[in-house]
Design a protein around this ligand. Sequence first.
Ligand code: KG4
Ligand code: ZN
Length: 397
Amino acid sequence: MGSSGLILGIESSCDETAAAVVERGARTLSSVVASQIKLHARYGGVVPELASREHLRAIVPVVRTALDQAGITLADLDAIAVTSGPGLAGALLVGITYAKALAFAQGLPLIAINHLEGHIHAVLLHEKSLAGGNVTTPEEQEEEQALALVVSGGHTHLYLARPVHNAWSYSLVGRTLDDAAGEAYDKVAKLLGFGYPGGPWIDALARFGDAHAVPFAFAQIKTKVHLLGKAPRTKAARTAPIADLDPHFLFSFSGIKTAVLRYVELQGLRPAAPLPLTAKPPQNKQEALALCPQQTLDLIASFQHAVVGDLMKKTFAAAESLGARRILVTGGVAANRELRARFTAEAQLRRLLVAFPTLALSTDNAAMIAAAAWPHYQSGEFAASDLSANPSLALGR
Ligand code: KG4
Ligand code: ZN
């Protein structure tokens, strides 16, 4: 087994083709992300068939660039890590197939990484780089357990992450029953006439509105009703069972999306681009501000305030109930400024630690995959040669 500590990470679970080289799970030598956002933007969301085709086009140059930027060749690597799920089946398969071929050709071990574990490690990687990038195992850093909120376009999950010897173990604490928080951002932005992804638009415009103008409320979730009801409707909801979870730590974001729609219809609000989306949506914040009446800005601010408030309430309640003194917030929505500010303020008030990844590490990337792979490498947990994509792969219990 080699001893360079260098792992090549490959990520292709959704609409980003990414490759990165990370040393001992702590020092990023390169991180390359080819985003398909422009391609999907004209359809208002990710089109799976187009995503797979674009991954096929991008994977070879992205991996080559990651190796070049790290100043290494394949021969310098200790292992190759790849996202095996959850995500879009065809998209995942591109990364997996290429990673398998590279690993086989080079005689390197292959490590399968859960995308959600990757998001959690994005925060740990950032913390390690702040600490000088030379920490190698959870034990050496004397890591303590952490409550991780993974909040993105496909997921809103709460995990308790515990360091166990060289590795991490995860248990699911809560999750969304329907839409992910990022999905709600994207849908609300779309109905208001903004392009995909919607989160950054709402983030940028929310501070121009009155967050208390529209009183959105989140009702307490009743697990039994959901258990007796129909099968879960969304991808996010299918990735984990809810029977054993505390209903206080369950999320639901489809209701607020409908409430926004009702409000828009009742108030006769004008979208930023006339719907259906034949007209060009605004291209920058100035254009958006010029097109949005104050009432729309108030609606945007109120929506964001409510979503961030709900994420906060349940995350801090779970941290308290589980005795976690450390909170990690990660995934695309963790890039949100109001979310960062309010989580930071609340953590200070409660004397807890809260950590986020850098903005670049918040959204999908491969550095988080290579970093998450390091503990697996150390404990010799390698993927079998018949590794395949698992679109609904669950993390932990
Ligand atoms: O983690 P990510 O890149 O991909 C998934 O695994 O889903 O997250 C993308 C999601 C999108 O829903 C996008 O609208 C949201 O993250 N997002 C944001 C912000 N930046 C991205 N949501 C709120 N505020 C932001 N600044
Ligand atoms: Zn993601």
